[in-house]
Write a protein of this length. Sequence first.
Length: 228
Amino acid sequence: MRRIFLADGDALVLPTRRLLSILAAIKTHLPAVRRISSYCLPRNLRKKSQTEIDELAAAGLSMVYVGAESGDDQVLAAVNKGESFETTCEALDKFGAAGITRSVMILNGLGGKVYSRQHAENSARLANATQPEYLATLVVSFPQGEQRFRAGFPDWAPLDQHELFVEMAQFLSALDLKRTVFRSDHASNWLVLKGTLGADKERLLAQVRQAIAAPEGANLRPAWARGL
């Protein structure tokens, strides 16, 4: 056993003392483990001090997955995320200061047609402000239907394939990252993108612009393969 993910949901909601006991047990009973990771909602760090986060890092917590979803406060409020640009930044900065690797996820299309541009630009602003080690995008989807989502966000209208690519181009254009591994290869994505930002920014933008101008030649994932 080399890697452990603290399941099943967001383990960092637990008190620091309990998390430290879990990490100590892993170290004692599974000494070959080299990476321990967890999901994290930013709000679950509000009651944890920087000292506590440093203690978790020293005890072996080495990576967190943060579903930021968006960096735009209007979008976050509309989807009832319970977070804001500032709370997400604060959490990511705490992890960064402790040396914990951060993997941030953004949902392409979450703002719908009304908020598409500001969703793209402010999500990029969030990434620029925090410089996460990993950044990924998924296309928003509703495996259990849209009814509940639309009840709280009545202005929301889905982006079509072309509009998703336009939003992705806006997002990538606004990014100013020094060394972030970028992935847009989840099954929900029509267009698979992989690279390091900022070194590969122009190449990735060229791929997206190709998909906008001539999707038939962009090697898109077929609809049946998206698993939605």
